[in-house]
Design a protein around this ligand. Structure first.
Ligand code: PGA
Length: 245
């Protein structure tokens, strides 16, 4: 399966940061991976201009579930498509925890992404206390079942397994722990989507860097990465992309 490497810039990036996308083009011309950079909303259309005719796509970090209306401050998936985005991250733990987004909201946003003809990267992941209680597989399974709407396919959906305790902390699960969760996600996807579930890409996210990416990509059912901090600098992000082949 072609790996998908997505960078999530979070609330970082000014016009000057577009230089990182320009640099990334120069560093990743020969990769076989699909590459996505998700800058803040304000940079999407300018970022799109930079990646024409390259293997880099631009994505967004969130969207509203509705197409339009009286939702001050929100942005719809249709608007993102109109701006040239091809992917939308939905249900990131920072949205779930800081903005109270539950599985139902995430499923509605994912459906909106599909409706707009874009690809959803749906995030799931347990907290440290849920893992300590031995509930990681159960929590991830529950989130996944609740967050994937009818109509999800391998071409309009990717899943990102991001343990909350591994995000921005430098902590990474063991390869066995990653393998166990990714296998459980794969089984659930096959149950829910049939044969298509076999080819939905399952990304790992949480403190991925060039130095640990190779071993993470060697784990069964790891089909790419969702990268936060290490996606901000083109050289760091390119190191991760080259580890994916
Ligand atoms: P990190 O973030 O790579 O900085 O840990 C990952 C994410 O939140 O998507």
């Amino acid at each position: 399966m072609k790996k998908l490497i997505a960078g999530n810039w979070k609330m970082n990036g000014l016009a000057s940061s577009l230089a990182e996308i320009v640099a990334l083009k120069g560093l990743t011309g020969s990769t076989a991976c699909d590459i996505v950079v998700c800058p803040p909303f304000t940079l999407i259309d300018r970022a799109v201009d930079q990646v024409e005719e390259t293997n880099i796509s631009i994505g967004a970090q969130d969207c509203h579930a509705k197409v339009s209306g009286a939702y001050t401050g929100d942005v719809s998936a249709e608007m993102l498509a109109d701006a040239g985005a091809r992917y939308v991250i939905v249900g990131h733990s920072e949205r779930r925890l800081d903005h109270g987004e539950d599985d139902e909201i995430v499923a509605a946003k994912t459906a909106a992404v599909h409706q707009a003809g874009l690809i959803a990267i749906v995030c799931v992941g347990e907290t440290q206390s849920e893992r300590n209680e031995g509930r990681a597989i159960e929590v991830v399974g529950e989130q996944l079942r609740g967050s994937i709407p009818a109509g999800a396919t391998a071409s309009n959906t990717a899943i990102a397994y991001e343990p909350v305790w591994a995000i921005g902390t430098g902590l990474v699960p063991t390869l066995e722990q990653i393998a166990e969760v990714h296998l459980s996600i794969r089984r659930l996807l096959v149950d829910a989507l049939g044969a298509d579930g076999r080819t939905v890409r399952i990304l790992y996210g949480g403190s991925v860097k060039a130095s640990n990416a190779g071993e993470i990509f060697s784990v069964a059912n790891v089909d790419g990465a969702l990268v936060g901090g290490a996606s901000l600098k083109a050289t760091d992000f390119a190191g991760i992309i080259s580890a994916a082949g």
